[in-house]
Design a protein around this ligand. Structure first.
Ligand SMILES: CCCCC/C=C\C/C=C\CCCCCCCC(=O)SCCNC(=O)CCNC(=O)[C@H](O)C(C)(C)COP(=O)(O)OP(=O)(O)OC[C@H]1O[C@@H](n2cnc3c(N)ncnc32)[C@H](O)[C@@H]1OP(=O)(O)O
Ligand SMILES: CCCCCCCCCCCCCCCCCC(=O)OC[C@@H](O)COP(=O)(O)O
Length: 376
């Protein structure tokens, strides 16, 4: 391990990244709150401003992935479809196996210019995560309780609101509804048996209602479904902690563009279509595991410097006041008081960031998809 790698792997670096994220995020959240009056007289302007503000937060995840950890992202897709990516609204259907799949999603969004505006059908529990929750609220992200009877009206209404969104967006759906674990897989295959559906090896059985309601309500304003399958080279199981410690991974993403007109309108037909899509996705995963690649050509898309530049600006803006406080403490207080304050603050921040990072960890995943267990 070289000196730079060693430095990156130190806890103090992860803590500093956390401070920058929290400090900048709270500032952006405050600015988002200040846009509230704008919603009354110019809704589209307020939405555009919020897209830019959200970019200032989520681009930090991209900087962490692309520049700090140096993770490579390779795209397999039809080059003829490439010019459409980012130039149209799309529903993205992605497998849900990895703790950092949302960061990789952000990175691809950034490369196609839709990072600030992108949406997701997300579990309600994440609305209470500091920084991210409020950012998503102002982005009109669609929250669900994963209880269809309680969700159906709210989800439908939130989707309808997006029909006149002023920026191109990708709407992400993890149709499996929860992260893959062997136990959830076993249970979902029991459900597949009951429904007479073929077994999937690498996916949970997809939940079809969210997909159907999204297609139905965004028809006419979304041009296509992007069927996306993500994997990491060398059988890696990447983590957010790994990224924070500067560990480099290699993500491979396979994207197929499917025109929305080709998706059936009726609920039952749409559900059958989605089940068939997941059977195909399972085949692509199997091919990747056997051969180390997906079908189709590779299209190179380079990381862009924007997220790095914004990140560096945040570092200067957030860490400067922290440095000033530390220096003034050193000059004023007794050594024991200073050491005790630094130790308490560091321990408290460590616990807080550990809790935030825990939200991404599959070992702390919800009981959703396991009979009789709670969702959160
Ligand atoms: C590469 C490009 C990337 C682009 C990235 C773009 C944007 C990035 C932006 C942000 C990134 C941030 C990412 C954040 C990640 C967080 C995401 C999440 O929170 S995932 C969880 C929330 N989302 C979902 O759950 C979506 C999928 N779920 C659904 O669609 C559900 O239908 C629902 C709408 C949530 C409702 O769920 P509910 O459980 O209430 O109802 P269902 O009808 O679905 O379930 C009953 C149905 O399912 C059968 N069943 C029972 N048990 C199981 C089981 N274990 N597995 C499968 N199926 C099961 C049951 O028999 C019922 O069947 P039926 O309807 O036929 O009777
Ligand atoms: C990221 C930028 C810099 C990091 C600085 C360190 C601070 C940590 C930031 C943490 C950000 C938290 C974002 C949470 C997103 C988690 C997405 C996710 O994967 O959710 C899981 C759900 O889909 C399904 O839930 P389960 O039913 O599997 O349970």
């Amino acid at each position: 391990m070289g000196l730079v790698e060693w430095l990156k792997s130190q806890v103090v670096c992860s803590l500093l990244i956390g401070y920058v994220f929290l400090g900048s995020g709270l500032l952006v959240n405050l600015l988002q709150l200040c846009t509230l009056p704008v919603w009354w007289f110019n809704k589209q302007l307020a939405r555009t401003i919020n897209c830019r503000l959200a970019y200032c937060i989520s681009s930090q995840g991209v900087a962490l992935l692309d520049w700090w950890s140096g993770t490579k992202c390779t795209l397999y897709t039809d080059p003829k479809m490439f010019p459409l990516y980012g130039a149209e609204n799309a529903i993205v259907v992605l497998n849900h196996n990895f703790e950092i799949d949302f960061v990789c999603g952000w990175s691809f969004c950034e490369r196609f210019g839709v990072l600030g505006s992108s949406k997701v059908l997300v579990k309600k529990e994440l609305a209470y995560v500091p920084v991210i929750g409020l950012m998503w609220y102002f982005l009109e992200i669609v929250f669900c309780k994963r209880k269809w009877e309680e969700d159906r009206i709210k989800v439908r209404q939130s989707l309808q609101n997006l029909r006149d969104y002023p920026e191109n967006f990708w709407f992400l759906l993890f149709c499996e509804g929860t992260r893959f674990t062997p136990e959830k897989h076993r249970i979902s295959m029991e459900v597949a048996d009951k429904k007479g559906l073929p077994h999937l090896k690498h996916h949970l059985l997809p939940r079809t209602k969210g997909f159907w309601v999204t297609v139905q309500n965004l028809r006419g304003s979304v041009a296509a479904v992007y069927d996306a399958t993500l994997n990491f080279r060398n059988n890696e199981t990447p983590t957010l902690l790994g990224l924070l410690r500067g560990k480099k991974y290699h993500a491979d993403l396979y994207v197929r563009r499917i025109p929305l007109e080709s998706i059936p309108e009726g609920e039952a037909e749409c559900a059958a279509w989605l089940h068939k899509l997941y059977q195909e996705k399972d085949g692509f995963q199997e091919q990747y595991i056997q051969t180390g690649r997906y079908p189709g050509p590779i299209v190179n898309i380079q990381r862009r410097p924007g997220p790095l530049l914004i990140w560096l600006c945040w570092w200067a803006l957030v860490l400067y006041p922290l440095g000033v406080v530390l220096v003034s403490m050193l000059n004023s207080g007794s050594t024991v008081t200073i050491l005790a304050s630094v130790a308490i603050c560091s321990a408290a921040s460590y616990l807080f960031f550990r809790w935030m990072i825990g939200k991404t960890e599959i070992s702390k995943s919800s009981g959703y998809g396991i009979k009789g267990e709670k969702n959160s």
